[in-house]
Design a protein around this ligand. Structure first.
Ligand SMILES: *Cc1c(COP(=O)(O)O)cnc(C)c1O
Length: 375
């Protein structure tokens, strides 16, 4: 009989001592989160469909933990250099972080963030739970200034869908210098960049959130989220876990398994998609129907502003054949959409902006389809 030991706090690896810590990230994405190599043991972690556990073990009930989540958390924690907790969705992960703000507290966010995050903060503000300050993502001094008396700084870099970057290192340094231990909690949404491109915990932020629905799962077939807490903040890790248990914001074991399977190929998918994105960016910049290309210089997300406003952008969405006109991102299939078609999108996002999520198809098919649709 093989067994996967429940991850007790003592056994749960911290970034320095993750199993296979000597190996490189692409190898750890494949090697971690598997059963021990006993003869006859399965190579993959099974989908543990159980609501409860035999008494007197480390865990009693499956709203607290599940071995399939733990396998995924081991991989995500290792890739982000922190302690991961899987959530029901990216929004559940964001809500768990926002849930750390005391009643009447202050949250600072960049002007452009994922519309769901902006929506959640606005809803909490309307309910009188907190107040929100918005700042330009690229204005380090402005962000530090806005954090006076704040409880949470919620960053997103690159930002969705404007692709703005924040100098997170400079922000963290500025906050420490200005406010010392009274600085707000700093959380970074790393969905667009993924840990392949950047690990914000290494820059001194307190936690990273993910919509694992996107690149980590990678196949547009499931929703899941994650909060990854800095190894320096075990107190926060404890509170995030408690939040998950008490709010019931838990993923299903099947969903956790799908993300675990997806993350095995994260590095190869992103390598391919990023190379294609760079090629498309070069060509889009030369295309007469394109007014502006927004690309941070890495990753597989590209935003373009087309000539002719909303109508022209909608026409591109209707004309594509290889690209899928759909919301969401990070799947193997290339997707595009006009973000302002959503009433919830931040109003300063241009009407003509198309957000492109570059997939892993043949780059020339993607280009030919897009160039034809642009007209
Ligand atoms: C999609 C997304 C979310 C929300 O994630 P869900 O899994 O859809 O709940 C949060 N942040 C960013 C940057 C996203 O793109």
């Amino acid at each position: 009989m093989w067994q996967r030991e429940p991850m007790t706090p003592e056994r749960r690896p911290s970034p320095g001592d993750h199993a296979h810590a000597d190996l490189r990230p692409a190898t750890r994405a494949v090697a971690l989160g598997r059963p021990d190599r006993a003869p006859g043991a399965p190579v993959n972690t099974p989908v543990h469909l159980t609501s409860t556990y035999v008494a007197d073990g480390q865990v009693n009930y499956a709203r607290v933990s599940n071995p399939t989540w733990e396998a995924l958390e081991e991989v995500l924690g290792s890739l982000e250099a922190g302690m991961a907790s899987a959530f029901a969705s990216g929004m559940a992960a964001v809500a768990a972080v926002v849930g750390q703000v005391p009643t009447g507290g202050v949250v600072v966010r960049p002007t452009h963030v994922y519309s769901g995050t902006a929506g959640l903060l606005a809803e909490r503000e309307r309910a009188g739970a907190l107040s929100v300050r918005t700042v330009a993502a690229e204005d380090v001094a402005g962000i530090v200034e806005a954090c006076d008396g704040a409880d949470l700084l919620l960053l997103e870099s690159p930002s969705n869908p404007m692709m703005e970057l924040t100098d997170v290192v400079a922000v963290v340094r500025g906050l420490r210098e200005r406010y010392g231990p009274d600085r707000p909690l700093v959380v970074c949404d790393n969905t667009f960049a993924t840990p392949v491109a950047q690990q914000p915990l290494r820059w001194g932020v307190d936690a990273v959130v993910h919509s694992a629905t996107k690149y980590l799962a990678g196949h547009s077939d499931t929703l899941l989220g994650a909060v990854v807490v800095s190894p320096e903040r075990p107190d926060l890790q404890e509170r995030v876990r408690t939040y998950r248990t008490l709010h019931g914001a838990i993923p299903g074991p099947m969903e956790a398994w799908l993300v675990l399977r997806g993350v095995r190929t994260l590095h190869v998918r992103l390598e391919r998609a990023s190379a294609t994105a760079e090629l498309l960016v070069d060509r889009l910049e030369e295309h007469p129907a394109v007014e502006r290309v927004r690309y941070p210089g890495f990753g597989a997300m590209v935003s373009v502003e087309v000539v002719g406003g909303a109508e022209a952008a909608e026409a591109v969405c209707s004309a594509v054949r290889v690209w899928t006109h759909s919301t969401s991102l990070g799947g193997v299939e290339s997707q595009l959409e006009r973000r302002r078609r959503h009433a919830a999108e931040v109003a300063s996002v241009p009407e003509s902006l198309l957000r492109l999520s570059v997939g892993v198809e043949d780059p020339e098919d993607l280009w030919e389809d897009l160039a034809r649709a642009l007209g």
